[in-house]
Design a protein around this ligand. Sequence first.
Ligand SMILES: Cc1cc2nc3c(=O)[nH]c(=O)nc-3n(C[C@H](O)[C@H](O)[C@H](O)COP(=O)(O)OP(=O)(O)OC[C@H]3O[C@@H](n4cnc5c(N)ncnc54)[C@H](O)[C@@H]3O)c2cc1C
Length: 450
Amino acid sequence: MRIAVVGGGISGLVAAYRLRQALGSAADLVLIERRARIGGILRTGELAGDPVDLGAEAFVGRRPEIPSLMRELGIEDQLVYPAGRRPLIWSGGTSHPLPEGTLMGIPASPEAVTGLVDADTLTRIATEPQRPLHWSPGDDISVAALVGDRFGEQVVHRSVDPLLGGVYAGLANTIGVRAALPTLAAALDGGAPSLTAAIATALPAPSTTPVFGGIRDGYGVLLEALRTAADVKIETETTATELRRTPTGWHLNPVGPVDAVILATPAPVTASLLAEIAPAATELLTGIELASSAVVAMALPADTDLPENSGILVATGEPLRAKAFTLSSRKWPHLASRDVALVRASFGRYGAATPLTWSDEELIAAAREDLVTVTSATIHPLQAVVQRWPGGLPQYAPGHTTRIADLRSATADLPALALAGSYLDGVGVPACAATGTAAAARILDDLSHR
Ligand SMILES: Cc1cc2nc3c(=O)[nH]c(=O)nc-3n(C[C@H](O)[C@H](O)[C@H](O)COP(=O)(O)OP(=O)(O)OC[C@H]3O[C@@H](n4cnc5c(N)ncnc54)[C@H](O)[C@@H]3O)c2cc1C
């Protein structure tokens, strides 16, 4: 039994690990990765002598996948939680507390955004339930179209965009309601008479579980544990260039013949590998846009006068280049004890001029200057690391869930082939890990019916 996994990000590594768990030591597993290292968008670098995450730095703690994986892999002692501080929103040249009781920034009442938006907008939110809402079950529109129409543009730009920008590197006008806010879509499908009523239904039940979790020494710890447990032959700097069907399975270039294959690659790569085999799937995948981003991780003197908040999210339309700052030493107790203060500046929103072309010096200067603006602190980075993520985040545009359902239909009859990755069921690390598990399950099921 020879199985190939293409792509060494979290999706591919989890898939390989699940295959090994199910098939035992006899299976011949090979994972090919185009780059010189595994991890994809998970990358732990070093700053001021200690590990620091330069891609994802957290995961949704209310989802089970990552804590479960960490327990299975025996690294649960690495599981950490944030201090519970909240971020600020930088809007109108000043900082505001992040609204409470919102669904991805969409308020359940005017009180939630008082101070952040003007009086007309507050009245508009208060009277929204009196205006008829037109929504048919199955509809999908951009988050901006829905929220802008019901609550006004200020709510979109000042409350929703900063949160969506953090997750998708997208804006409310390019992200669809159904994929980004499934509980809201369900409430609207269920006949909620207003957006206010739908949000009240869609808000998660209060919970004492921390919203986020993290890994003490960075995602690199999880990657290494997965690599070891998967016991998979990893070939880095190896690019999959062609996939063909054979009478007994697949021929993957440059691996050769395999019984089964998992494509855990970004949508455009998956599209090109499926071009000959499943043109309909390729067309669907080609329609998924990507957003690029960059992270500047900075070590500052420990006594830098940073706000007592977990971060600062920037509203759209502000004359800043960074879209968000994570005040890592404030956010994470395990980082607070380091000798330096750690801050991550994030750049890049879908459709906006990309900072990928800026030099490291330009990105670091922009991060420093914008941090001075939003904190009024004296900022002297002791060290800074720049990481660019070209095309790192797929955009979940309106219609994305239908597109993915159609993609699954278009690939359903391809035996012993499964897809995994961040374009399927959510961009977060837990959702990606879940696609890896599901892809392995599909392969195991197909092979068992041979
Ligand atoms: C800046 C940033 C911050 C983020 N922060 C968070 C966060 O805090 N929490 C969270 O949950 N999520 C976060 N995310 C999202 C999350 O990190 C990603 O969605 C997830 O890591 C993607 O994993 P993946 O394995 O699906 O894809 P990738 O990590 O992109 O892996 C795909 C792999 O396939 C390889 N590949 C591509 N083509 C080929 C080929 N032809 N042959 C062989 N290999 C190939 C690539 O080199 C890559 O290694 C963040 C994303 C970004 C960009």
